[in-house]
Design a protein around this ligand. Structure first.
Ligand code: FAD
Length: 347
């Protein structure tokens, strides 16, 4: 009889569904949470619709509180916003953030921790995973339940489905382009999520000081952000100079597009590194991707092959970019771009 009772007890325990709670590592700028962090919320909802989602923001000054209060009423699936208000976290250094994640996880006991797969998430999450002694799963682009994830391998040429069997928390970086931001009708009403301060009294500073923030440089542009733009126009080595990239910039202005570049164009110094699209650059999936003088190396395709419509202009009809293009034009880009500029109406 004792054994029977034991079996039936263990059956009862197995049938209880797993409680899912997720901590999102959020980025903010100018008083707003970045779209990539909201994409992480979409990913958390794919794990479970009953997911209890906490968004963690860190930094100092009024902008973090503004971002937190926006986020608290952004979507009803956000259960709480946690604010770590300290100037030690004013800049997203991996050591400082990893220590914070460690501290928040010890208190919150989340089943999942998610960050966007961008320079912030790729920097912070593996270090935080090491402190928590778990193996992270990176670059996830699809989720089937709470433990099964799909991620690209071989520069996006194959998809690998993995089941997480490790201890909690399961830590993920997700591709923002695969998890569109959830929007909700402006008529909907719900109570804003509570905003709480993280208790930093036990925040250890031992690991700080291993890296130091020097400066942040980025292009001051009115154009949309490359990672979330609806249209991207990209130039390759064939543009030949920074001066010629101005042609692409004019086209981008007419189309309301972001400018991208291949690594060859970045390495040649035509444009800054932040415009690089590809395996070692940004991953984009706009509605329209226009590639001018881009050969279509697999490392470049890894960053743009999920674009909805791909247009390629290349002098060489055998160029691999034509294998992924929906529309291809075998032509000289220096003839095509001026004609496009002439024909397109001013935006
Ligand atoms: P090229 O390969 O030189 O191609 C230029 C193209 O322009 C050719 O197809 C040519 O026919 C065409 N052309 C020339 N003149 C004209 C003209 N007047 N009009 C029209 N067409 C013209 N690359 C990336 O882009 N992103 C990455 O993230 C990336 N990561 C990498 C990571 C690793 C580990 C490695 C090894 C490589 C990586 N690369 C990456 C580099 C990649 O392999 C290619 O070298 C690079 O993408 C080529 O850039 P490109 O197409 O501009 O130049």
């Amino acid at each position: 009889p004792l054994q029977t009772t034991f079996i039936s007890q263990s059956y009862t325990i197995k049938s209880v569904s797993r409680y899912v709670s997720t901590l999102i590592l959020g980025e903010h700028e100018g008083g707003h949470v970045k779209q990539s962090s909201y994409s992480a919320i979409t990913a958390a909802r794919s794990i479970s619709e009953q997911n209890s989602i906490s968004l963690l923001l860190a930094g100092s000054g009024p902008s973090i509180h503004k971002a937190a209060s926006h986020a608290a009423s952004f979507h009803p699936s956000i259960s709480q916003v946690l604010v770590a208000d300290t100037d030690k976290l004013s800049h997203p250094l991996a050591e400082a953030w990893a220590e914070l994640v460690h501290l928040v996880q010890k208190k919150g006991g989340y089943s999942h921790i998610i960050a966007p797969s961008n320079s912030f998430g790729k920097n912070v999450l593996p270090r935080a995973a090491a402190l928590l002694d778990v193996s992270p799963i990176t670059d996830v682009n699809d989720i089937s339940g709470s433990q099964v994830y799909v991620r690209p391998i071989y520069a996006g040429n194959a998809l690998c489905t993995v089941r997480y069997t490790g201890a909690d928390p399961c830590m993920l970086t997700i591709r923002p382009t695969s998890f569109p931001v959830l929007h909700i009708s402006s008529d909907s009403k719900w109570d804003a999520a509570p905003v709480s301060q993280v208790d930093l009294s036990t925040y250890s500073e031992d690991t700080l000081g291993k890296s130091r923030y020097l400066k942040h440089t980025s292009q001051d542009t009115e154009r949309p952000d490359l990672g979330s733009a609806r249209v991207v126009v990209t130039g390759g080595r064939a543009l030949k100079s920074a001066e010629n990239f101005r042609l692409l910039e004019k086209l981008a202005e007419k189309l309301g597009a972001a400018v991208g570049a291949t690594r060859a164009a970045v390495d040649a110094g035509f444009v800054p590194n932040e415009l690089q699209v590809g395996q070692t650059g940004k991953i984009v999936a706009p509605e329209l991707y226009m590639a001018f003088g881009v050969s279509g190396a697999i490392q470049h395709l890894a960053g743009m092959r999920d674009s909805k419509v791909i247009v390629a202009v290349n002098k060489d009809a055998d160029s691999p970019i034509f294998q992924v293009a929906d529309y291809g034009l075998v032509a000289d880009l220096f003839d095509v771009i001026p004609q496009l500029l002439e024909k397109l109406p001013q935006k």
